[in-house]
Design a protein around this ligand. Structure first.
Ligand code: ZN
Length: 303
């Protein structure tokens, strides 16, 4: 019996070491969720965790997603411009009845013609996290690729955009407003997980699509960090890409976005340099854009 107490203490110490260094760490906040999936992901290591939020622990229950489609790499040291195209809806809208909605929508046929032309013309498609890795010098850059991005998480991303992307072997990044998931006209988590399983990237677009420039620092941290954390937990994959709601941001908001663990953020700035990963411009694709107009838009950036 003389060893009973020391042995008990040793066991206590051992269990303390296991608890503080084992896989249980993945249960800490969102950026543990980000980090836990970093190996094998193109964007490299996640930032140091700085924010603590509740973890739903769903992250470990989802099967690994299919690998993203590969792209033809540019020679080492070369970084061709990668046009980032901005979409919202893929649906038919009556222009007279809903002019605003019409402008934000391309029809499924329009979208199919655009992706078909991109692929036939030798453009690869690239996800935003891979684009960020390229610009950051952490991953290969594509020789000739565009990034397709979809804002807001509307249901037609799953019902209309995904089948076209799959038909042509293309990939895209879908920005989800975490607080809108499952509401009327928006995807639920099942659809979002299906996009991810089909090899699409899921990014974050805040909790409530509020103009971030109207919020204080803590509110911005919440909108930016917690939306990504919830999405990461729901899809079981890191969330590395953010999109500012309505394109509204400033230097402080960009700094928060970087500091909480994202690798890139997109804006609604129509064109410009891709040197700042947290102010990436995007070319808006309009509902009334002709096929020729679409082709000219892409080719203007990357012939
Ligand atoms: Zn939006």
């Amino acid at each position: 019996m003389r060893f009973a107490i020391p042995l008990f203490i040793v066991l206590l110490l051992l269990s303390a070491i296991v608890l503080t260094s084992g896989p249980g760490q993945a249960r800490l906040g969102p950026f543990r969720v980000f980090g836990a999936f970093s190996s094998g992901d193109t964007a490299g290591t996640a930032a140091t965790p700085t924010i603590q939020v509740p973890d739903t622990s769903l992250a470990t229950q989802v099967p690994a997603p299919a690998p993203a489609p590969a792209f033809a790499a540019a020679p080492i040291g070369q970084r061709p411009y990668i046009p980032i195209l901005m979409y919202h809806y893929v649906r038919a809208v009556d222009q007279a009845a809903d002019p605003l909605g019409y402008g934000l929508s391309v029809t499924p046929n329009q979208f199919a013609a655009q992706v078909e032309w991109l692929r036939r013309s030798g453009y690869d498609t690239i996800q935003m996290s891979a684009l960020a890795a390229c610009i950051h010098g952490e991953g290969a850059c594509p020789a000739r690729a565009v990034a397709l991005t979809f804002d807001d998480g509307y249901i037609d991303a799953y019902t209309a955009a995904l089948p076209v992307l799959q038909e042509y072997g293309a990939t895209a990044t879908f920005y989800i407003v975490s607080g809108f998931v499952g509401q009327d006209a928006y995807m639920g988590w099942d659809e979002i997980r299906a996009l991810r399983s089909a090899g699409m990237e899921i990014g974050a677009h805040s909790i409530s699509h509020i103009d971030l420039t109207t919020l204080n620092h803590d509110e911005n941290v919440d909108q930016i960090a917690r939306s990504g954390a919830e999405i990461a937990a729901q899809i079981g994959a890191p969330v590395r890409s953010f999109c500012y709601p309505a394109g509204r941001f400033n230097a402080e908001i960009a700094a928060i976005t970087r500091d909480v663990g994202y690798t890139n953020a997109t804006t609604t700035i129509q064109e410009g340099s891709q040197d700042d990963l947290f102010a990436l411009p995007r070319a808006r694709i309009y509902g009334d854009m002709s096929q020729e107009g679409f082709q000219a838009t892409v080719a203007a950036y990357l012939p």
